[in-house]
Write a protein that binds this ligand. Sequence first.
Ligand code: MN
Length: 189
Amino acid sequence: MFEMIALPYNPAELAPYMSEETLNYHYGKHYKTYVENLNNLIKGTEFENMTLEEIIHRTVGKEEYTAIFNNAAQAWNHQFFFEHLQANGGEPGPEMQIRIAKQFGSYQDFLKEFKQNALSQFGSGWAWLAEDPSGKLLVLKTPNADTPLAHGYKPLMTVDVWEHAYYLDYQNRRGDFVDAVTNHLWKWQ
Ligand code: MN
């Protein structure tokens, strides 16, 4: 049985960039449903005592396990997203600044590429900064529940670009939401 993670902040703290109402729905309804669905789907199966990461790796690309993959990946993606937000967030520390500048030119160039990548995800999905197996940084997008974790990449930062993540606060303005999260809420670890 998976338990929901606790939010590491009060849901009102991230306003005005992410409203309490959005977090109450996003954390308290959407994320909750993924965790509950997953628990129901894995009850009494070989997946029951695995970690989320193990379930994701064992179910990716297997048609018979699509529902388990989708709910496990969405539980993992949301936990990662919520845990990498904070009030007064922003730029990474000096070491990551250097890595980003080396790969993308500058932190501002990286943000531009990240936003473009997020805007070009057609429909629901996720935008990512990730590391490939050789340690190279790259921006990626994944549709629906898919996650770089399932494909050998190490996720470093993300923005949820499903409409449920921003519609109450930004309506159709996905780019404004991405700017708000990356400039004001990202918690680099
Ligand atoms: Mn979401």
